[in-house]
Design a protein around this ligand. Structure first.
Ligand code: 9MR
Length: 538
């Protein structure tokens, strides 16, 4: 392009929306937050999977041919730095991470490490010992199929590019070890071949107009008491425009699938990481959607600094109160409702879970404390208890009912119950039916509570024959019809909408795809989508 500079300054794009990154006149200050996924049923022995910040709202480099990235950095003594170039972004699945394709440069005082991640599996690493000054310049080039890395102008390693910097978009990530920081003084990209080109685009949030027959519009016109909701995941929201467009077209409520969970939003004692949650809230406002926050007091998705039994610094009660005040306070007026208490009961029994730090420190009083704190932080937000396997009358729903009744009797601010509706469709299993759900839900409504379907999905366990897709569609429809017919239902919300990104897709086991949502993995509407559309149109 005539007149276009060959070298693009990547710091002039938005870096303010990246967790742990603070832009200033000197460049970017990067603080390590230690973001990561703690394994389920945490045992302190197994490692946390890092989820380092990625700049999804800033520059996207469109690589066309051979290319050179250059950075100048300042490392305080003993501190480390890392820069990641993603040819394909990772996804956070159910408590595990589907890694993308990326090269990361880890820079320390006395070594530089290049780490290649190629999808699922361990990354490969190459290390060169080298004493570095506090000010260091590093570059990554791709030329004739090889990646080469230079430090202060001298090449320190080179190896074949397995396709990471192939033509297409490249996203950037920056991180360091928790508690350390470094400064990026300059960061640029340029093309290395005459015909080749490198363009830099800036991420722009998708805004989409609902159409007359989109789910949300039909609900807004015919059944305004029920919002059509879905869980959303930040990486696809900001990188897959078709996903974002489908979301804004059909839904008028979003629940952050993971971005507001404790380990994601509050990874270190005095450090919050709001960027991912902010992106979802910003997107929702741009597209006139309500936000349902998830989840404040839960026994899972907790960072180790909270679950560590040796922790002494701050009493657990204070941690919970400060956390809820900060998170609810930040989104006051912008998040309409919250899962304040998430999954308080044992999976299939009527006892409260006793294994969370909240219960261990406070017994069942944590429930009222959490609700009262959330209410003080945003008096207008609607506050929920959210759990699964409570749709029918059973021991667990009886216990939930007694809990709700006693909280209300004590004047605790509880406004509603979320019924998750994670269901399965298999030959040997009958999912909860709408009639049984209706009979059970009425007693909660009679207490004066509002109710919502909060996380519906219908796992097909790899059988996506036309008959099963039809049965899935009928099942979705039966639950939506119940919500539409019952004024106390405030939302019909699903745990995602596209099988391309779903906690039911076991990518590690291609024989058990859940296919549980209403759009398929190409984002095309399934029979279940049409069934919901028809129910809403009537
Ligand atoms: O879909 C979520 C997945 O990506 C997470 O790894 C997992 C643990 O945090 O949580 C999943 O969502 C759960 C939700 O937070 C609570 N109800 C059950 C949901 C599905 O497992």
């Amino acid at each position: 392009m005539a007149g276009e500079p060959r070298q693009h300054d990547l710091l002039k794009y938005d870096w303010a929306h990246v967790a742990g990154v603070y832009p200033s006149d000197r460049g970017l200050r990067i603080e390590g937050l230690g973001l990561g996924l703690v394994p389920p049923q945490d045992n302190a022995g197994s490692p946390v999977t890092p989820t380092p910040p990625i700049n999804l709202r800033g520059p996207v480099v469109q690589v066309q041919g051979d290319v050179l990235f250059s950075a100048a950095m300042q490392l305080p003594r003993g501190h480390r730095a890392s820069l990641t170039f993603y040819g394909e972004l990772p996804l956070n699945q159910d408590e595990w991470r589907q890694e993308g394709h990326a090269v990361t440069l880890h820079i320390a005082e006395n070594a530089i490490i290049a780490e290649l991640q190629q999808g699922i599996g361990e990354p490969t690493r190459q290390e060169r010992k080298r004493d570095l000054e506090r000010n260091v310049s590093v570059s990554l080039a791709r030329q004739r199929g090889r990646l080469s890395i230079t430090v202060d102008g001298e090449q320190v390693m080179s190896f074949d590019d397995p396709g990471i910097l192939d033509p297409g978009p490249v996203y950037l990530g920056v991180d360091t070890v928790a508690g350390e920081y470094f400064i990026i003084e300059s960061l640029s990209v340029e093309s290395l071949d005459k015909e080749g080109e490198v363009a830099v685009t800036s991420h722009e949030m998708v805004r989409a107009e609902p159409t007359a027959t989109s789910l949300r519009r039909l609900a807004e016109n015919h059944h305004p008491h029920v919002r059509i909701g879905t869980a959303v995941s930040t990486i696809p929201l900001l990188s897959d425009s078709e996903y974002a467009r489908t979301l804004a077209t059909h839904f008028n409520m979003v629940t952050p699938e993971n971005a507001m969970k404790f380990q994601a939003i509050h990874p270190r004692p005095a450090h919050y990481a709001f960027a991912d949650a902010d992106a979802i809230v910003d997107f929702a406002e741009l597209n006139e959607m309500a936000v349902h926050g998830h989840a404040l007091a839960w026994g899972e998705a907790l960072p180790r600094w909270v679950t560590d039994p040796e922790r002494e610094a701050q009493p657990t009660r204070d941690i919970l109160i400060e956390h809820i005040e900060t998170v609810v306070g930040r989104y006051r007026g912008r998040v309409a409702s919250w899962d304040v208490i998430n999954e308080p009961f044992e999976p299939f029994a009527g006892e409260l879970r006793t294994d969370s730090p909240w219960y261990r420190a406070m017994g069942d009083t944590y429930i009222a404390v959490a609700l009262e704190t959330a209410h003080r932080a945003d008096p207008d937000a609607r506050l929920y208890i959210n759990d699964f396997a409570c749709e029918e009358r059973n021991e667990k729903s009886d216990a939930l009912y007694r809990l709700a009744r006693s909280l209300l009797a004590e004047g605790v601010p509880l406004h509603g119950i979320g019924f998750q509706l994670h269901e399965d469709m298999r030959d040997d299993y009958r999912p909860v039916n709408a009639q049984a759900f209706q009979e059970n839900v009425q007693r909660f409504i009679d207490l004066g509570l509002e109710v919502r379907i909060s996380e519906m999905d219908v796992n097909l366990h790899d059988d996506d024959s036309p008959e099963r897709l039809r049965a899935q569609a009928d099942y979705y429809r039966s639950m939506l019809e119940l919500a539409l017919a019952t004024p106390a239902f405030t939302a019909f919300s699903m745990w995602g909408f596209s099988d391309r990104y779903s906690s039911l897709q076991g990518w590690w086991d291609a024989d058990d795809l859940g296919n549980g949502l209403i759009f398929d993995s190409e984002h095309a509407p399934k029979p279940a989508f049409h069934a919901l559309q028809n129910a809403l149109a009537e």
